[in-house]
Design a protein around this ligand. Structure first.
Ligand code: HEC
Length: 202
């Protein structure tokens, strides 16, 4: 049985379509892009972005004393972010940039990270990360920076709430500070049998 030319063409179109979808899907869902960039800002260039901005040292401010269990809950609140971000000083970029020392740092200056044009514009407009604008950003990333590449919140089964955002920002303040312990050393909450995972929005 011979396959007609038209039949062959259809197969090529379907396979081509599947290939395109396979290439596009990681971008659509996770913001993954194969187009790396070699951005690297010197300390002097970063200082120039901060010029004229009187910002406190956010890491020098006191944070509430919390128990080890409460710290575990903060780590759990941050779980989705961890898919795409590392917090340690030597942490590499994942789908998102490394966040070590993010507070008081201009937007979009992490080495070798391919930021979207929207983020580059925010940097050029002088955005510097503070706990307040971080709350605003993660509360609605696509309102804060329309067209950005960060796929958060996840598309399904994810409730957003201020309490989670506050826990995440406090966790970031603790874990991206100079001299902070590695995020890997913090335990997640222990679950008793049949217990539901910790839900900050419950
Ligand atoms: C699916 C992957 C993904 C998840 C989940 C994610 N991010 Fe991101 N994040 C990114 C990407 C990609 C960018 C860069 C966006 C751009 O260039 O448009 C980014 C950018 C950022 C930035 C700006 C960094 C800079 O250098 O200016 C911060 C801060 C940030 N994310 C924090 C968070 C926090 C906190 C969470 C959890 C609430 C989170 N992200 C969840 C992928 C992700």
């Amino acid at each position: 049985m011979s396959v007609s030319t038209r039949g062959k063409l259809n197969i090529v179109i379907v396979l081509g379509g599947l290939l395109l979808l396979a290439l596009y899907f990681p971008y659509l869902w996770f913001g993954v892009t194969p187009f790396g960039s070699d951005t690297e800002f010197s300390d002097a260039e970063i200082a120039a972005f901060l010029d004229g901005k009187e910002l406190p040292d956010f890491y020098a401010q006191d944070l509430p004393d919390i128990t080890a269990d409460e710290l575990s809950e903060q780590k759990a609140a941050y779980s989705w972010c961890r898919f795409c971000h590392t917090l340690d000083q030597q942490g590499h970029n994942r789908v998102g940039p490394n966040l070590y020392g993010i507070f008081g740092q201009p937007a979009a200056v992490v080495d070798h990270f391919p930021y979207s044009d929207v983020f580059v514009e925010l940097r050029d407009q002088g955005l510097v990360w503070t706990p307040d604008n971080m709350m605003e950003f993660i509360g609605d990333p696509h309102d804060f920076a329309p067209g950005n590449r960060m796929r958060y919140p996840p598309a399904i089964m994810y409730e957003m709430c201020d309490k989670r955002d506050r826990m995440i920002v406090e966790y970031l303040l603790r874990m991206t500070a100079p001299g902070a312990p590695s995020d890997e050393t913090i335990a997640l909450p222990e679950l008793a049998e049949g217990e539901q995972p910790f839900d900050p929005c419950a």
